[in-house]
Design a protein around this ligand. Structure first.
Ligand code: SF4
Length: 336
């Protein structure tokens, strides 16, 4: 009897694949919001998109659900989610895709939740619309979801309006709404920024717990590296519409290669010694009116050289999944 040779099983395709995503807003002025962004999200992981305001994080996130204004947005590149080409979907496919495959929680639940409907009605409506369930089944799911996100007296809260809840409870209700149709991927757009520190950590712990319990993949947008450290497995650091460094969270915390994440780390209290002076990154992010043709971080970078202003540094893959866009990519930039 002859044995057939062992054929290695190929790794599963990533749930999210962005390839050279480029997004430009047109109108009174042109904004090159996202430039040549490529990334992948494997199943069951939390990927952080980290960077300052205006770095393209939220725009990238919205592109995954096609939530950008049609008229003023030009999109190029490839967006594949759960094997589907998002940019090619017709309206019916897109509507079925949102909620069931992918869902989103926002920074400010007071604006995202509808003030004239109770929390229970909003969750029920989502389940009825996306799954074709009955009102009774939708209502039962709404109660199940409020219990899942640990809202006290969940049965009573079904009939509460958003304004009758605290900020932390509204955020839990929005998570319940986003998870109601059991999506494979959850997008979280700065979901803890508007909360005070104690509630922020409770929501982060809850998200981490739910992600593990439900086996979801999450893309978590934040400007706060301390928050990213708490929740993310991997991170993509964005600056001026580009990804400047990707890697596991621990790779980036222990040995950042790009001066921008190095500056972010040096400016956070997370892991800093008591009484130690925190650094700041001098200057401000550049205007996005022009497509970058040199390193966008050069005006703020203490390591800048003439070559950095002459051409756009190409992304360098140092190891699988560890990519850096800097001429110093092969050297370790020390964290002070
Ligand atoms: Fe600094 Fe040059 Fe690297 Fe840009 S390419 S981050 S300017 S060293």
């Amino acid at each position: 009897m002859s044995l057939s040779p062992l054929v290695p099983t190929p790794p599963p395709a990533p749930l999210v694949e962005l390839e050279n995503l480029t997004i430009r807003f047109t109108g009174e002025r042109t904004v090159h919001a996202v430039n040549d962004v490529s990334l992948t999200l494997p199943e069951g992981q939390v990927l952080g998109l980290l960077g300052e305001s205006g770095s393209g994080k939220s725009v990238t996130l919205r592109a995954l659900m096609r939530l950008l204004p049609k008229k003023r947005t030009q999109i190029a590149g490839r967006v594949r989610v759960a094997g589907q080409d998002v940019l090619a979907m017709d309206d019916d496919t897109l509507s079925a895709f949102r909620g069931r495959t992918i869902s989103m929680i926002f920074q400010e639940p007071a604006l995202a939740l509808d003030p004239v409907y109770t929390i229970g009605d909003q969750i029920t409506e989502s389940v009825v619309r996306h799954e074709g369930a009955s009102q009774a089944a939708g209502r039962a799911r709404a109660l199940e979801m409020l219990e899942l996100v640990r809202i006290p007296s969940a049965k009573r809260r079904l009939d509460a309006y958003p304004h009758e809840m605290s900020g932390g409870m509204r955020q839990r209700a929005m998570i319940a709404l986003a998870l109601a149709c059991k999506p494979k991927i959850l997008l979280a757009d700065e979901p803890t920024t508007a909360l005070d520190a104690t509630v922020q950590i409770q929501i982060l712990l809850l998200l981490r717990e739910l992600q593990r319990e439900l086996g979801m993949s999450v893309i978590f947008v934040t400007h706060d590296i301390g928050v990213a450290i708490e929740i993310c497995d991997r991170v993509a650091v964005m600056y001026a519409g580009q990804i400047v460094e990707t890697g596991t969270m621990s790779e980036i915390v222990r040995a950042p290669k790009h001066p921008y994440p190095r500056g972010l780390l040096a400016s956070t209290v997370h892991g800093a010694k008591r009484g130690a002076r925190l650094e700041t990154i001098p200057g401000t992010p550049p205007s996005l009116a022009e497509k970058p043709n040199a390193c966008s971080f050069a005006p703020r970078c203490t390591f800048a050289m003439p070559v950095c202003q002459e051409r756009l540094p190409a992304p360098v893959e140092l190891s699988p999944g560890r990519i850096v866009r800097c001429v110093l990519a092969q050297e370790t930039v020390p964290v002070t």
